[in-house]
Design a binder for this molecule. Sequence first.
Ligand SMILES: Cc1cc2nc3c(=O)[nH]c(=O)nc-3n(C[C@H](O)[C@H](O)[C@H](O)COP(=O)(O)O)c2cc1C
Length: 365
Amino acid sequence: MTADLFAPLELRETTIPNRVMVSPMCQYSCEDRDGLATDWHLVHLGSRASGGAGVVMTEATAVEARGRISPEDLGIWSDAHTEALAPIAEFVKSQGSVPAIQLAHAGRKASKARPWDGGEPLQPDEGGWETIAPSDQPWPYENGETATAKMEQDDIEDVIDSFRAAAERADEAGFDVAEVHAAHGYLLHEFLSPVTNHRTDDYGGDYEGRSRLVREVTAAVREVWPDDKPVFVRISATDWLPDRESWTVDDSVRLADDLAAAGADLIDVSAGGNDPDPQIPYRGPGYQLPYADRITRERDSGIAVGAVGGISSPEQADALVRNGRADMAIVGREHLRDPYFSLHAAHELDRPEAAEPPIQYRRGF
Ligand SMILES: Cc1cc2nc3c(=O)[nH]c(=O)nc-3n(C[C@H](O)[C@H](O)[C@H](O)COP(=O)(O)O)c2cc1C
């Protein structure tokens, strides 16, 4: 029998109760620009856990302060951050969901105002900072670039150490999944893609060199992450730049198996973000699904595959799992509209017993 949306997924010794994951979504809501989780994060992630999602993933959580996209992003670079995140992991778990954290470094796309403050690069007198990247080529902003420094060997080692320390803290905070963010034009994606990586050392050049950092970061996270808990990696399957030398779906198929060898258990397949002018072939429902589908079909390892992008109905999410196109449906914006997506899905798919509402809410269902 094929799995459906409400079939549990076993990864290592962790049981994910269903195949719906809340996609990581920045809330830009740390009040004092200190990276500390607030009541907003607890209520936001907590209500999606009450809503029945199998995995509830935090937003991109920066492994070091200069790795934040905006100063209001979550961070996990000190014990105070661990303490602020722990009640979130505990509450998500109390609702029967698996608490997950996305560990991130924004690279050259860091130091920006949050979207509702304009999203422009922050200058030093506005609290901005110098960003780091594989090459000293800043993101081409229209209104003033933030200076970008090329990373030296020491910086590379520091970043690996920061991811490792962040994973240790995430475990201490009670999370059961750690996801390495290697998508959307942030630091690890910048290393993967020849569009942004012009290095001539061991971390640049061919596929082997460009993929070295993400493989080493994944291995470092795996080294400290408990054996019974899964590691996910989010990638951009393509740069969507077919006319240039760029990161392609072929590279991603190969990377999925290499990440499995480095200790990853699921590849979360997104796309784009590394260039301001991508050629996106289709922007409708399931627009990134073909990439997850290809990795699912062509993987040689046992790595599980998560599909994200334009999934907004229970039927669509259920179909992708039933048709074997991916192992997990990762749902972003639909969860902003409906925190109870999974509870509603269970009813619509005629599986009400598969996702029980919180006892306090039963009279509503
Ligand atoms: C408000 C918002 C914040 C986001 N923040 C993140 C993030 O922190 N990390 C990440 O990997 N993707 C982030 N994304 C991308 C989503 O996780 C998701 O991949 C994208 O929205 C496509 O899925 P959807 O069509 O289901 O929304 C964000 C998207 C939105 C709308």
